[in-house]
Design a binder for this molecule. Sequence first.
Ligand code: FAD
Ligand code: FES
Length: 277
Amino acid sequence: MASDAPLLETATLISREQVAPGFWCLGFRSPRIARAAGSASYVAVDVPGVFSVRLPLGIWTTRDDEFSLLFREWGDRTRRLARLSVGSGVSCIGPLGNHFSIPVKGSTALIAAGGIGIVPFWLLTRELRAAGVNVRAIVGARTKAHLNGVAQLREAGADVTVCTDDGSEGDKAMVLDLVKRVHAANVIYGCGPLGMLRALCAHASENRIQCEISMEETFGCSMGTCWGCVVPVRRGSQQGSGYPPSPRDSRTYDFARVCVDGTVFPASDVLWLEAYA
Ligand SMILES: Cc1cc2nc3c(=O)[nH]c(=O)nc-3n(C[C@H](O)[C@H](O)[C@H](O)COP(=O)(O)OP(=O)(O)OC[C@H]3O[C@@H](n4cnc5c(N)ncnc54)[C@H](O)[C@@H]3O)c2cc1C
Ligand code: FES
């Protein structure tokens, strides 16, 4: 499902917390964006003092007029954002992107989150619980120090199992190992590293389970105009209809823009071509 037209709003930074080494949670007052956000929504942030394109970050939580961002410090934009003073105004465009679909009441949903890929799932869990859907979540990270948001996901109503690559928290396992042990899911939702998403899509296809994934690419404009964020999708897929074919184009697939056609895609529509995977 697509979002309504995005809004341009100056969000006021109201809280700033380092939740783990290199990971930050920033709270913003931004009434129009906070109230319009849904699962997998993101904002395009014009980080003050940076001469660059807007920084895309997923909306982690919302409450009334406020939303929060949970992010890892990577480079200049995320470093500067993390160091803004409370009270600063930040220009945001959002909520951007489409949403996960919600199954019928009484279904069981399985969330598979790898690392910072947990971000779309607080809002999704809230929506699923409100719709009477049971929510199980497998949350994995490299180590305990890279795990974030587990307590909040539990508070939102998910039955969470944790795993780490090195066993420093929860099971010593990969997310997909634990996903394969859950047999009761009617639908699977995934977000995380590309390798994990690719394996998750294969698992869902082999077991004929409905699956949707939220994808991440390097974004330029975040507005659908630069075509810098495309992924190959099955020809005929609704989300891949906008790319203009060139006259001698021999492709048998389409391109979809992650920024505006996604970020959520049905697993069955995403093509894992070697050049893109
Ligand atoms: C729709 C969308 C939603 C996103 N939501 C979140 C979110 O909620 N939380 C979050 O932490 N991130 C999120 N990201 C990723 C975030 O936008 C990147 O971390 C950001 O581009 C880094 O910006 P920067 O300017 O700080 O670093 P850059 O200057 O862009 O990069 C610095 C260095 O880090 C590397 N790098 C940057 N991002 C990544 C990455 N994701 N994985 C591995 N290496 C990387 C770069 O290659 C470069 O070497 C999202 C991305 C998209 C497209
Ligand atoms: S980032 Fe420009 S089209 Fe998606």
